[in-house]
Design a protein around this ligand. Structure first.
Ligand SMILES: Cc1cc2nc3c(=O)[nH]c(=O)nc-3n(C[C@H](O)[C@H](O)[C@H](O)COP(=O)(O)O)c2cc1C
Length: 225
């Protein structure tokens, strides 16, 4: 297992310079939620964005973006979306999902990011036509979350069971099993109003334990007193 010379030098500087070792600790028990938000949303990046479409119990369609979004498992196929709540106004998406138990998650691609950014726009179709990937979900469970200083929930985590996935066929790899990220052009959210593109992938083969075992054993033996 040999790192490239550049990577090796980078890794040395990354680990060992005084600047690299200087750390500021944020104690989140004594940090205001607004500052915690700014810190965490710029640290836990890039976050994929779920463009969630839902219907109210009386049939009003709703579409909004959420970046507290992740894949939870593939067996069963499951994702999570989480809502930050305020006393000022409920999140319609959360209300709709809890009431109707259904929603779709649509992946935002760069060509329509500006339209997505301006959605409180209502759309009729349950999936977003522009999205190359849309997932039909059923509510699996939800968990209200409260901060220690609040009786009312300050967030809600929703787990959605993915029932069907709609994919633009031309975005699929030759064997039809995966999506080509250069075609999908997913947009991720960074901190504030900053977004990121996935411009370039690189392959990093899995390291075989069998093949590298000897290297680690050698390092181990040189470090023993
Ligand atoms: C890119 C982006 C990501 C967002 N992510 C979240 C999120 O993860 N959770 C959340 O509660 N609000 C998030 N918001 C804010 C909601 O989209 C916004 O409050 C929206 O108006 C909610 O709409 P609704 O009331 O129709 O559900 C995000 C906004 C943007 C632009």
């Amino acid at each position: 297992m040999k790192l490239s010379a550049d990577r090796e030098e980078e890794a040395r500087l990354w680990a060992a310079t005084e600047d690299a070792r200087k750390t500021k600790i944020f104690d989140l028990d004594s940090t205001a939620p607004k500052e915690t938000y700014q810190l965490l949303t710029s640290a836990i990046i890039p976050r994929p964005i779920a463009f969630v479409s839902s219907l109210s119990s009386d049939g009003v369609p709703n579409l909004a973006p959420f970046s507290y979004f992740s894949m939870i498992s593939h067996n069963p196929p499951m994702l999570s979306v989480s809502f930050a709540l305020s006393a000022r106004r409920p999140k319609d998406t959360r209300e709709n999902i809890l009431q109707t138990k259904e929603f779709t998650v649509n992946i935002i691609s760069e060509p329509f990011i500006e339209a997505a950014n301006s959605t409180s726009v209502l759309v009729k179709p349950p999936i977003v036509e522009e999205s190359a990937v849309s997932m039909e979900c059923e509510l699996y469970s939800h968990q209200d979350i409260s901060s220690s200083s609040s009786v009312l929930p300050t967030a809600t985590l929703v787990l959605g069971l993915i029932k069907r996935v709609h994919v633009r066929e031309s975005f699929l790899s030759e064997d039809g099993s995966t999506l080509d990220p250069t075609k999908l052009r997913p947009v991720a959210r960074l901190g504030g109003v900053t977004y990121a593109r996935v411009v370039e992938g690189f392959d990093l083969p899995r390291v075989s334990w069998k093949a590298t075992k000897g290297v680690y054993e050698e390092i181990d033996s040189t470090q023993k007193p």
